[in-house]
Design a protein around this ligand. Sequence first.
Ligand code: 13P
Length: 252
Amino acid sequence: MSDRRPLIAGNWKMFKTPAEAADTAKSLVGLVRDATHTDIMIAPPFTALVSVAETLAGSPVDLGAQNLYWEKEGAFTGEISAAMLRAACCTYVIIGHSERRQYFGESDETVNRRVRCAVENNLKPVLCIGETEAEREAGKTLSVLDKQLKNGLQDLFSDDLGNLVVAYEPVWAIGTGKTATTEQAQEAHKFIRSKLEEITGSALSEIVRILYGGSVKPANISELMDMPDIDGALVGGASLEAESFSKIVLFQ
Ligand code: 13P
């Protein structure tokens, strides 16, 4: 582990009503009350942001959203703006998750517009990148990461990126029970940091946190966190229950 402050983040995807989400958040707050070694974030569905924000008030757990749209307001049915997320007390926003790329036509270009919008509105972007199984088997992992990172950060400069978080999520490890080996994850994270250095300069690349995502559980968090370029985790399934997520948060 590095000097960077870890971030353990939960992506609740399309799970939980506002009441269920508030319940889980309440249990989580009780379980992680004394966690001072890491930043913690949960990203419930949009409809649960307000109920969860009320539950998290005064706790060490931050609130995140799972997406945003880059326009300020207007006739964009089904979309949600940065100002709306800010008003709902979000400090983070997940952008470019592979499920959005796979099922909802998200492209590097739209990902970039969302990242720029998050930065302009003082939301911390969690930019997700990662290769599919076919891309890994074809030996294209690093070139895919390079392209997604560069395109996702186009027209952004080091001054904009102090709050950037990158999440490396190999698509083949999401929800499958297959975790990248710690060596595979470290190799990808180290590569991402070297590319960040090319894009932003060395000082910033040493600050940006790079999270690993894909079947993270209480049983594998410690070995992942032992890697020098892994600064935290973006957790799906195992973040849905306060008990298992708190064990990941309290990984030490
Ligand atoms: P799982 O932890 O369920 O594999 O999901 C990872 C993920 O997609 C987090 O964004």
